[in-house]
Design a protein around this ligand. Structure first.
Ligand SMILES: *Cc1c(COP(=O)(O)O)cnc(C)c1O
Length: 356
């Protein structure tokens, strides 16, 4: 192996959580990966250390101006006990595109993948293998330079932490209720919508909280200019099945290019279905629903893989989709993708990377 990361093992291994009671992003494993960056040195000192709090200066740029980025991917254990990663190359490519947008230092693709593999291999006993569970991997970069002026920082940390997770939504593949957001926007052309950064998430919380108060689990974002075209569902990509066409928003700067989104499109096209990356207005969407043409709607993302939508509200109008149940396209996509990820369905695309 080209990279060797020194490992400091924990002296206090934790008790692993009950695999039947796993939630999302609550428990963390025993170790984490960390490396440092200085402007005139580049990235240095990659290492694996016990998981735990670490110190940064109160003036660290990330705490004030949110100069940071993150990624999310998963490791799975197959029935034969193989440890598999789903398309990690896509995550580091996207992380480096986010880095470009937020003036963060880029990371060597091979180093990123080896770092993920080394940490996951060390923590492989933490990978749950019950249906619907996995080990969530959270790489992130933060600006640590103590400086309150506004410019790109000169010091950073890159870290990877791991969390054994159960189904993202407590109801599993149960359809969600979605509120079409017409007050707040997530992204605008020229903004950071296609970058995976914490600032986008902080800015989305208010809409999420307001929708939850009205009894909705998620929001459907509209475009930030005309408030007419559908964009994303919460922090996932959105898909709509209208008659025999599957529609998703095009990647024109305001949409986060999801790895799951890309995989959904690929799987559907391989099955011979028509997939259009095109603008879809909320009027067309509700019009299609009234004519009985809206067959399904679902969200895609690493955390839940596929999450069907059962009901949607825009202003005062409610529509129920597919009788409030899971549609065949969403179900088949979930079975195919989760099947590939866990080694039950043949990986014809070469998406899975084996650890060790
Ligand atoms: C991460 C993310 C997604 C989903 O991307 P995946 O790579 O499929 O997990 C979609 N939208 C937003 C805003 C995201 O941050």
């Amino acid at each position: 192996m080209k990279y060797e990361f020194p490992v400091t093992r924990t002296e206090h291994p934790k008790t692993k959580p009950d695999p039947d009671k796993l939630r999302f992003g609550v428990d963390f494993t025993d170790h984490m990966f960390i490396m440092d960056y200085e402007e005139d040195r580049g990235w240095y000192d990659p290492r694996i250390v016990p998981y735990g709090p670490f110190s940064i200066d109160p003036a660290a740029a990330v705490l004030h101006y949110a100069q940071e980025s993150f990624e999310g991917l998963k490791a799975y254990k197959s029935a034969e006990g193989k440890v598999l990663l789903f398309r990690p190359d896509m995550n580091i490519k996207r992380m480096n595109r986010t880095a470009e947008r937020l003036c963060l230092p880029v990371i060597d693709e091979a180093l990123f993948i080896e770092a993920v593999k080394a940490l996951v291999a060390l923590e492989k006993d933490w990978i749950p293998d019950k249906e619907g569970t996995s080990l969530y991997i959270r790489p992130f970069v933060i600006a640590t330079e103590p400086f309150l002026g506004v410019r790109p920082a000169r010091q950073y940390k890159f870290m990877i932490i791991l969390s054994p997770v159960g189904p993202y939504y407590e109801g599993g593949l149960a359809p969600t209720k979605i509120y079409v957001e017409d007050t707040y926007v997530r992204a605008t052309p020229g903004g950071t919508g296609e970058a995976k950064c914490g600032g986008n998430y902080a800015a989305s919380l208010k809409a999420q909280v307001d929708a939850a108060e009205k009894g909705f689990e998620q929001i459907l974002w509209l475009d930030g200019v005309e408030r007419r075209y559908v964009e994303e569902i919460g922090t996932s990509n959105a898909f709509f099945v209208i008659e025999d066409e599957v529609v998703t928003a095009p990647l024109e700067g305001t949409i986060l290019p999801g790895v799951t989104r890309d995989s959904v499109i690929e799987v559907l096209r391989k099955k011979g279905m028509k997939v259009s990356e095109r603008r879809l207005s909320v009027d067309e969407l509700f019009g299609a629903a009234k004519e009985g043409k809206l067959k399904e709607m679902f969200a895609s993302g690493t955390a839940a893989v596929i999450s069907p939508v059962g009901e949607i509200r825009y202003k005062d109008e409610d529509i129920v989709i597919n009788g409030g149940g899971i549609g065949p396209v969403a179900q088949e996509l979930y079975d195919t993708l989760y099947g590939i990820q866990t080694g039950k369905v043949a990986d014809t695309e070469g998406w899975m990377i084996e650890v060790e």
